[in-house]
Design a protein around this ligand. Structure first.
Ligand SMILES: [Zn+2]
Length: 189
């Protein structure tokens, strides 16, 4: 059973948002003391039948509820993820998970923590001061910005260009502007 550091803190009411990667990890998820939520698009990403769907059914029996984020928060996630270069790496379900966290964090006395192994979700969460926890992989230690680098002339582009506008060569995604993440409560375990 997974135990998270904040489970012993009673300052705010913590709500765990379960994303698709957390369910696909196959790790047991069981939070007896926490409110668990997810979004309908996460629900819809999992096809009926199979282990992952069973995990979802199990979580729903344990109280997992399905919520929808506000359009305002979806728009904000799109803006921020466009700036960090994560926009094209996020599925609709990923964006809804992040937007739901924003909605919760603006509700008085409540705080969201996203359970996810997805680095782009983690990166955008970081940029918005949303807490997250990895379930199987090590979480990101630095927040970053994705850029494209030309494989021909080596020039960098903030825009998501597949072809270099200067020399016409292909580009590839690289990480730039790494910033250490302030570790918040993660060291208090
Ligand atoms: Zn070039």
């Amino acid at each position: 059973m997974l135990t998270l550091y904040w489970m012993n803190t009673k300052i705010k009411s913590m709500i765990v948002i379960i994303d698709t990667s957390a369910i696909l990890s196959g790790k047991p998820i069981n939070f007896d003391n926490a409110i668990m939520i997810t979004t309908s698009s996460v629900y819809n990403e999992l096809k009926p039948g199979g282990r992952d769907y069973q995990t979802l059914q199990f979580l729903m029996e344990k109280g997992l509820s399905i919520n929808s984020p506000s359009q305002d928060s979806i728009d904000k996630i799109k803006t921020i993820s466009n700036k960090t270069g994560d926009l094209n790496r996020l599925s609709v379900a990923d964006m809804e998970v992040l937007a739901l966290a924003l909605d919760i964090n603006t509700t008085e006395g409540k705080e969201a923590i996203i359970l996810t192994d997805d680095y782009s979700i983690q990166n955008v969460a970081c940029n918005l001061n949303i807490k997250f926890e990895s379930i199987s992989q090590k979480g990101i230690a630095k927040r970053f910005i994705w850029i494209r680098r030309c494989l021909g002339c080596g020039k960098n582009f903030k825009e998501n260009l597949k072809t270099c506008p200067i020399c016409g060569s292909a580009t590839k995604s690289i990480v730039s502007n790494r910033d250490s993440i302030r570790k918040r409560g993660r060291d208090d375990r």
